[in-house]
Design a protein around this ligand. Sequence first.
Ligand SMILES: Nc1ncnc2c1ncn2[C@@H]1O[C@H](COP(=O)(O)OP(=O)(O)OP(=O)(O)O)[C@@H](O)[C@H]1O
Length: 675
Amino acid sequence: MAVNTVQHSQHNNKNETNSSTLIPQMPMASPSSSTTFSVNPTDYHLLDEVGSGSTATVYRAIYLPNNRQVAVKCLDLDRFNCNLDDIRKEAQTLSLIDHPNVVSAYCSFVVEHYLWVVMPFMAQGSCLHLMKVAYREGFEEDSIASILKETLKALEYFHRQGHIHRDVKAGNILLHDNGEVKVADFGVSACMFDSGDRQRSRNTFVGTPCWMAPEVLQPGSGYNSKADIWSFGIMALELAHGHAPFSKYPPMKVLLMTIQNAPPGLDYDRDRKFSKSFKEMVAMCLVKDQTKRPSAEKLLKHSFFKNAKPPGLSVKKLFADLPPLWNRVKSLQIKDADQLAQKKTPSAEQEALSQDTTTDSLFSKCKKNSGNLKQDKFMLQVGYNDMPQSEKISGSIVERTPSILENDMEASKTKNQPPKILRTLSGPPVQSMMLGRSLSEKGHAFERFGNENQSLGEKSNRITRQAPNLSGPLMLPNRASANSLSAPIKSSGGFRDSLDDKSKANLVQIKGRFSVTSENLEPVKGSRLRKSASVGDWMSDSKQMPTSQSTKDSANTNNPASLLIPHLQNLFQQTSIQQDLIMNLWNSLQPDEAIDASQNGKLPPLPCSPENKGSVDAAALEREKLLMAEVAELQARMISLTEELTLEKLKHEQLQQQLNNAYSKERNGEKYEVS
Ligand SMILES: Nc1ncnc2c1ncn2[C@@H]1O[C@H](COP(=O)(O)OP(=O)(O)OP(=O)(O)O)[C@@H](O)[C@H]1O
């Protein structure tokens, strides 16, 4: 493997302070191909966007020197608090991966603040995308068996090499025209989230809430390759139903449900169409005790896989009649953008709705429906430093109302957008020459959708491209092609670890991923977070999605009810989830550990007597009452402010009327007398 030492371009990641942090450009021959790919970005002609996830956008591209079709994954380095040395190591590891069921990398290099990873182009995209486009209820069992078997072969390979994939899900299983199945997203993404050495990365977890194994969420428990087997079981359910279990719930709730509930599985009644052997195989993967889960090697011997057909038969047929991937991606984007646009509630209606909501109904609604609130209105924020000392573990679900979203979009439209940034709303910064070509290609593709769709396309472009992505790298447009239903999450090796370590004091979620251990939050602070695909459109805005402090501030201003009520709802939601989480984690501590942590100040002095857990519940109730009272007070203030505002508006209108009268009389030469 030749290593080109030419530094192509600098990127402005904050960690780039020591000499070893520049990522080397790595031209390399693909392990299974003799072609060498250059690290010169002008050698790549980016054509269409074929997918996007929480960390990257992926393009179909042509490698100009040999006219070969490739995929270029563009990871935004600004989004991560990453050690570039680690990225280099991981990129090297990635280049050494050589298995027919694993998507390897041809080369990687930095273009401005993007890491470009050049890979084989998998022409049918991910299983998740395929389900969204054509199989919303999931695939048939024969296709599932083949996809799972190929995936399992890749996992067996990873595990044999001592690796854990850590993000096994349908969004990371790619398909090719001939039915080939390959696992993607190994290596680079992992390292993007795992600064630190290998050992440390074992103590952190990159994953996606619905797919995460219980042991990676449990305080203090370690995990190993069996975590992939759990995710594999969840993915089996995802392929069978078209979505992962719990995917309709907010991430924090998913975490709790994964820990507390019985493992999900194929239901004997509801899933009658599936074989006993499939159900049994899934049940073997989804055992909470990781030691009781089979290894990938052992699982491959299960009868379910023995009978699996070759993918050329059972997978290839899935996309026989479908248009090319990039057109599917575009039409899905259009559909999603259209749905997004239709979700808008006129702000007046929103206000009326908000004002109708009483404290009681609001509270009970939040309590009762906390799990049913639409995922696509939520964004999860997890943080320590923003919270009072007594609430050091926090997980807040912030509801994003359609009217706020709308405002964001309007605001973004009015901002001055330098052409380059405008171009990069959904993609990497590339030379204008490449940009021109890429955009024109996109234009052609849109033409195929006819006039009606063309205008939708424009709308989609307006919404998805101009969505508020201007204030920071985290602001991604809401895209159909994103790894919907698969927002990854990252947590440290248990919450207790996080509490112990000041360097892990900030928790931030980046587009669905839990990004724990953020020592330097600068790239995130002030940035606006938005959506993740998978569990919906969770969005945040430093201005509009308040932390507890900004919520307080907003209560002190003359904000109209339509803005305040969603904040109150957020508070309720946030508080109830936090309470659940605190109680759950606290109760999972050993009594002596809890006392110890309280006494040495690592944990706030919760009124928890290990002998008498009932007092914890009482304290929680007490706290709930206090919060209710606070909210009632806030709401009363809000109502009175709203009334004042209405009065002022009335006065204003009257004055306006008088002025108009005076003006028209003056024009008519009459003398106006103020009444
Ligand atoms: N080599 C490829 N060929 C074709 N499509 C691809 C390729 N790699 C990725 N994609 C598409 O792009 C999507 C996003 O890619 P990827 O999962 O690597 O991004 P990510 O940001 O790492 O996602 P995640 O949200 O899982 O972290 C995939 O779900 C898939 O649809």
